[in-house]
Design a protein around this ligand. Structure first.
Ligand SMILES: Nc1ncnc2c1ncn2[C@@H]1O[C@H](COP(=O)(O)OP(=O)(O)OP(=O)(O)O)[C@@H](O)[C@H]1O
Ligand SMILES: [Mn+2]
Length: 594
């Protein structure tokens, strides 16, 4: 079986997948069987070689004299006459019969594969269909989540087939040109949701299964909220930089306080201070530079690669998408506007590549600088993705735009813990993650520390909303500050792959919210405020207008935000419906079946 799989997969040219599957199978066997498995593989090769030699010999001799076995058969004449097919089968040697059987099996298998693709249904159950349609979770919702139900309804109203929706430019409140548009006033004000919030504040609702009231939310209660400075017993000196002061002010429950004046000062520092030194950052997949300013201030630089209106290539997966510097800037402002305050300050700036990069760096990166055929100054650095001449970063002719993210405190001051995101994607073109296959996945997460108590699960709901708004599918890990233990906020770090598709709303990013049906009162209140008041697009546009590289976002991306707020509100409403009428899904399923 291992051999035939090997053959099949190689025919499709998928060596990596093949090696994986073979290794997994072999490594699961007991040691002695593993040896046998390999012997079988080796035996097969020897067998094939022997067969090839015999065929060559046969090509020389067979025509002249029939093989001895044929003579033997002709002598056994008294036996009763057989049907022609049976005779052919008998005349065949064992190995030829074997070969015929294998060929027949392969033809059948290929047919099954074709049928499988047509039906969009994985043969193994764990194999993702090869084309773009994504089947998420079981058909029947086992965990009381609203995911399947919501997706069905969502799709009934849309022309998409993959649990998400594609829009034509004319369909959205924004247009493909860069003209800002004011969206029409909302038809549905979500008064049902507003009423729940109101009742919660009045204390009329003590407990709600979907909306977590402020008096139950540790992010609001904050029984303790020490800062890094307090934990480490450090105070900033008079001549400390804004960034140092900012570091010491980072608290257990937020990166910075609402209205913190240091944030704007840090933005200004990163935009205006001279650049003293530049070095490529180790780790990560795409090129990033560490920028040194005077007074020990540092920033993480991501370069501009494309114009604002260049979207994710249709055939690119989320994990092979390029990073966009402007997504980092926009996500910082969005995080601040939404009141999360979990993203480091990020600003845009245009650099002179000669004096502000080339002249102040050293090492191997220097060897990657060149002048392009269009006479622009370019470099590509060294990294695991897109660091070659074909994907170089080029100035115009030597001026380069980029994002500058304030550096987090060093690990000497505040070590960070890296967590695998429970709803991380598979990062494989055909494999699915567990949450995509299991509709009651949230139950598994909810019962596993640190998601079984405290604020963490609610933080993931916020992150899912934040990422859905920006279209970021690349949330594989997240980080927290170790010194605060588990009861602390997760950083919203790395939004390089956000804002890639302005006309596509990727519903699967909302899976944590839809599978758990849980949201903070405060987060819902913020979304309703933008939906019924000044739209999120307008608030973000205003917030980013003072950035040196403004306009930071292409207008259709801003318009998408208002559209996505509505989708989130609908999702929350669906969750509430489901919690109040747990049998509603069964009824809907019956209705669909009829
Ligand atoms: N502002 C920052 N200050 C200090 N370190 C940072 C900052 N932002 C990111 N990092 C660190 O640098 C690493 C790489 O950053 P980032 O995730 O943005 O790059 P990336 O190339 O997109 O990585 P990946 O490909 O793994 O997603 C992160 O794991 C994080 O620990
Ligand atoms: Mn990244």
């Amino acid at each position: 079986m291992e051999i035939s799989c090997n053959w099949l997969v190689h025919r499709h040219g998928e060596t990596a997948f093949n090696e994986d599957s073979i290794n997994i199978r072999v490594s699961r066997m007991p040691r002695i069987m593993r040896t046998n498995a390999w012997l079988r593989v080796r035996g097969a090769t020897g067998w094939a070689r022997g067969r090839w030699r015999r065929r060559v010999a046969c090509a020389r001799d067979c025509k002249r004299s029939p093989p001895p076995s044929d003579h033997a058969l002709t002598r056994r004449s008294p036996s009763p006459p057989r049907r022609p097919t049976a005779r052919i089968m008998l005349n065949m040697k064992l190995k030829e019969r074997l070969a015929l059987a294998i060929s027949a099996f392969l033809v059948l298998f290929t047919l099954m594969l074709i049928v499988d693709l047509q039906m969009d249904y994985g043969i193994s159950g764990h194999r993702t269909p090869l084309h773009g349609r994504v089947k998420i979770g079981d058909d029947v919702d086992k965990g009381g989540s609203a995911y399947i139900e919501f997706r069905k309804r969502f799709l009934q109203k849309s022309n998409g087939s993959n649990g998400s929706r594609e829009y034509e430019p004319s369909e959205t409140s924004g247009s493909a040109d860069a003209e800002p548009r004011t969206p029409a006033p909302p038809v549905d004000k979500y008064e049902d949701l507003q009423k729940i919030l109101h009742d919660q504040l009045l204390g009329n609702i003590r407990y709600h299964t979907v909306i977590v009231a402020p008096h139950r939310d540790l992010n609001v209660l904050r029984p303790e909220n020490p800062t890094i400075g307090e934990m480490e017993d450090l105070e900033s000196s008079i001549n400390a930089s804004h960034l140092e002061k900012f570091h010491l002010n980072i608290a257990q429950h937020e990166l910075y306080e609402e209205g913190e004046p240091l944030v704007d000062k840090i933005l200004k520092d990163m935009i205006t201070l001279p650049i003293l030194h530049v070095e490529q950052k180790e780790g990560g997949t795409q090129l990033k530079l560490i920028i040194d300013y005077p007074n020990g201030i540092q920033a993480l630089f991501k370069p501009m690669r494309f114009a604002r209106d260049v979207q994710t290539l249709p055939n690119h997966f989320y994990f092979s998408d390029y990073e966009r510097h402007n997504a980092e800037i926009a996500a910082f402002h969005l995080d601040r506007i939404l009141g999360f305050r979990r993203t480091v300050p990020v600003a845009g700036r245009v650099l002179n590549m000669t004096t502000e990069i080339y002249d102040v760096t050293e090492g191997d990166i220097l060897k990657t600088f060149f002048v392009s055929p269009a006479n622009n100054f370019c470099f590509h650095g060294k990294c695991s993705y897109y660091c070659d001449t074909g994907h170089a970063i080029c100035g115009n002719p030597d001026m380069l735009e980029g994002s500058f993210a304030a550096f987090l405190p060093s690990s000497d001051l505040a070590e960070r813990k890296v967590w695998r995101h429970p709803w991380r994607r598979s990062y494989h073109k055909r494999r699915k993650a567990q949450w995509e296959l299991q509709s009651d996945y949230c139950i598994t997460v909810k019962t596993t520390p640190p998601y079984d108590s405290g604020r963490r699960l609610l933080d993931l709901m916020d992150m899912s909303i934040f990422d859905f708004l920006t279209g970021n599918m690349d949330r594989h890990h997240y980080e927290t500050f170790k010194m605060f233990g588990n009861e602390t906020f997760p950083l919203h770090l790395d939004q390089g792959r956000a804002f890639g598709k302005a006309y596509h709303d990727e519903l699967s990013i909302l899976a944590p919210l839809l599978q758990c049906c849980l949201v903070r009162h405060t987060t819902l209140a913020t979304l309703l405020k933008f939906h019924n008041g000044k739209p999120l697009s307008a608030a973000l546009r205003d917030a980013m207008s003072s950035d040196p590289v403004s306009p930071v976002l292409w207008e259709p991306h801003l318009a998408a935000l208002d559209r996505r707020v509505i989708i989130i509100l609908n999702a929350i409403r669906k969750c509430i419906d489901q919690s109040e009428n747990p049998n509603v899904q069964e009824l809907d399923d019956m209705a669909i079946a009829l």
